[in-house]
Design a protein around this ligand. Sequence first.
Ligand SMILES: [Cu+2]
Length: 129
Amino acid sequence: MKNLPTILSVLVAALVIGGAIVFGQKPDGSDQVVQNVSMEDGKQIVVVNAKGGYSPQITTAKAGVPTVLRLKTSGTYDCSSAVTIPSINFRKNLEATGVTEVEVPAHIAQGTLEGTCSMGMYNFSVRFI
Ligand SMILES: [Cu+2]
């Protein structure tokens, strides 16, 4: 077991680096280091958190795939809970805490989908490439 200290130090390094990636996101969410795109039952799931703005602010996702935009709030009492996505005529006041799913059909999942708060001071975008 002479390699154990080496393995342990690699593990520690991985944890430190992993922690830096998870917590290294800039407050404005401009660095997309958090993996927020996944597949569920053949649909692409994009998670955007709404609280004091949107995070991540920019998401890159796959174009032409049926997509669900999952808007999550958690004690969100600021105006980022009032979401507008003009290109799909979506406008909703999200619950302060909850999950709202927005269907984005495959033919709409092209180019850039822009969302803003009702007053346009916060925004997020999903770039389908
Ligand atoms: Cu606002």
